[in-house]
Design a protein around this ligand. Structure first.
Ligand code: FAD
Ligand code: NAD
Length: 475
């Protein structure tokens, strides 16, 4: 007799493990299937998916280490602190990152025990139907379940003719595990990963060149933010970003790589580098699920097709996270996991994709929620904008970090907040206020009338709200 569950989740990343925990909390017998051991020293399956193992968490650990190194070299001096011979021990930095990953991934195993989620190690795929549910094959063993939640995530997109070995030519997996600072680092794709990983190695001393196919920089961000970021990243920090680059032949030479490419004016160029990161987006993991055999529908971009409640076309089959439409972000997947578990329990569930915040953890950080100014213009929405720079803020001055601004966009008639864009220190934390405000349909006047602690960076959000009504007090 196969093992019986109410809910089987395929994939143990943020979408999957959170769905499993919530389903178990709601009283369902729940299992989570995960196939990857990632870098586990004992080769045991690890939970946390891309995010914990080779994504959000390790990249932020390296960003923090490299930021401190950069500050010791460049920022301490303005506080009157002098340090000599600042050195980076890459092996220690990577060990620290690995320890954080181990701590968190084993923490999720602990949460599974606490919540009575069964971990089923191995590859999961559909094996057939039962009278009221599904058979799932986990590494050759069949289990039966009423509901399946697919949370198989995504993997790095590779380019034809660019052989990733994760030693010299790396996707996100190898890019998080360099054993020394490369003298010359090439990056294909100046998106989120390219900018974050490019920043890490630039701060540690690499000469970094990013080759971006599109003619505009950070097209998804508000263009005022993108313009400011371009200025800081290129002029101040020295990232060499080539826009409109058409990648040609990529060849290994000795210990390095040569990338031939065409500039936007048609001229040919070549980049010699010691390591190359390929960060040109991610593809949903739908292969190996027997999706076609059971009639599971995919959308036009190869993702599992779902409605706003993450229901697929098959009864009792749901899908969440990177494998479905919407931004490929951990917090979006987690909330979908919670929603699905609660819907299975007959409760209400909803994820508002319009208020999912984006953060790029460069320095300065970039964060936004809602519409950009260029989107509002294209949609012919009448709006009012308020923008306040951090240089007008006492806390930012005290911290010696005044780059950037907060920009708020509100509907011209109703004053409802339509978008908030932050570039500056701690933007990742500041954006939370804007998300709450937008989720509750708040106006810029609401933010303007809320007391913000002094002196804090959040006062810049307050002033931006006042600036929407052209009455800022400190600028
Ligand atoms: P995943 O995390 O990809 O997990 C899916 C899991 O399913 C994997 O462990 C996989 O092994 C397993 N699996 C797949 N198929 C099967 C199968 N058939 N059987 C068993 N197991 C299977 N997002 C943020 O919000 N903030 C960040 O700062 C951030 N930084 C990032 C940095 C990098 C370098 C990268 C690459 C990504 C980053 N992301 C970030 C994106 C984030 O990692 C993803 O959005 C998130 O991990 C998606 O969660 P998921 O559960 O949908 O899928
Ligand atoms: P991305 O979509 O952010 O950026 C990819 C970039 O590569 C784009 O600018 C694209 O125009 C460019 N590109 C595509 N094909 C190219 C080519 N042939 N030559 C040159 N440039 C090319 O993707 P990413 O940086 O790989 O990251 C993947 C996803 O992971 C992100 O979109 C995001 O969802 C997630 N992520 C999030 C965070 C975060 O939240 N801070 C961090 C890293 C990754």
């Amino acid at each position: 007799m196969p093992k019986q569950f109410d809910v089987v989740v395929i994939g143990g990343g943020p979408g999957g493990y959170v769905a499993a925990i919530r389903a178990a909390q709601l009283g369902f017998t729940t299992a989570c299937v995960e196939s990857q051991a990632y870098a586990d020293p004992k080769g045991e399956v690890r939970l946390g998916g891309t995010c914990l193992n080779v994504g959000c968490i390790p990249s932020k650990a390296l960003l923090q280490s490299s930021e401190l190194y950069d500050q010791a070299n460049h920022a301490f001096v303005m506080h009157g602190i002098s340090v000599k011979d600042v050195k980076i021990d890459v092996a220690s930095m990577i060990r620290r990152k690995n320890n954080i990953v181990s701590q968190l991934t084993s923490g999720i195993k602990g949460l599974f025990k606490k919540n009575k989620v069964t971990l089923l190690p191995g590859h999961g795929k559909f094996a057939g139907r039962t009278a009221d549910g599904w058979q799932v094959d986990v590494a050759g063993e069949i289990v039966e379940t009423k509901h399946v939640i697919i949370a198989t995530g995504s993997t790095a997109r590779h380019l034809p003719g660019v052989p990733v070995d994760n030693k010299v030519i790396c996707d996100n997996v190898g890019a998080l595990d360099f054993d020394e600072v490369p003298k010359r680092l090439g990056v294909i794709g100046a998106g989120v990963i390219g900018l974050e990983m490019g920043s890490v190695w630039k701060r540690l001393g690499s000469q970094v060149t990013l080759l971006e196919a599109l003619p505009e920089f950070l097209g998804a961000a508000d263009q005022a933010v993108a313009k400011e970021a371009w200025k800081v990243f290129t002029n101040k920090q020295g990232l060499n970003i080539v826009l409109g680059a058409k990648i040609g032949k990529v060849t290994r030479n000795g210990n390095g790589v040569t990338v031939e490419y065409e500039n936007s004016d048609g001229s040919s160029a070549r980049l010699e580098c010691d390591k190359l990161i390929v960060s040109v987006g991610r593809v949903p993991n739908t292969a190996g699920l027997n999706a076609e055999e059971v009639g599971l529908e995919l959308d036009d971009r190869g993702r599992i097709a779902v409605d706003q409640h993450c229901r697929t076309n098959l009864p009792g089959v749901w899908a969440v996270g990177d494998v479905v439409r919407g931004p490929m972000l951990a917090h979006k997947g987690m909330e979908e996991g919670v929603m699905v578990a609660e819907l299975i329990a007959g409760q209400a569930g909803h994820v508002n994709l319009d208020t999912v915040p984006w953060v790029i953890y460069t320095h300065p950080e970039i964060a936004w929620v809602g519409k950009t100014e260029q989107q509002l213009k294209a949609e012919r929405v009448e709006y009012r904008a308020g923008q306040i720079p951090f240089v007008a803020n006492g806390r930012a001055l005290g911290q010696g970090d005044t780059t950037g601004f907060v920009k708020m966009l509100a509907d011209a008639k109703t004053d409802r907040i339509l978008g908030v864009h932050v570039i500056g220190t701690n933007a990742s934390e500041l954006i939370a206020e804007a998300v709450v405000a937008m989720e509750f349909g708040a106006s810029s006047e609401d933010i303007a009338r809320i007391v913000h602690a002094h002196p804090t960076l959040s006062e810049v959000m307050h002033e931006a709200a006042l600036a929407v009504d052209k009455r800022p007090l400190h600028f």
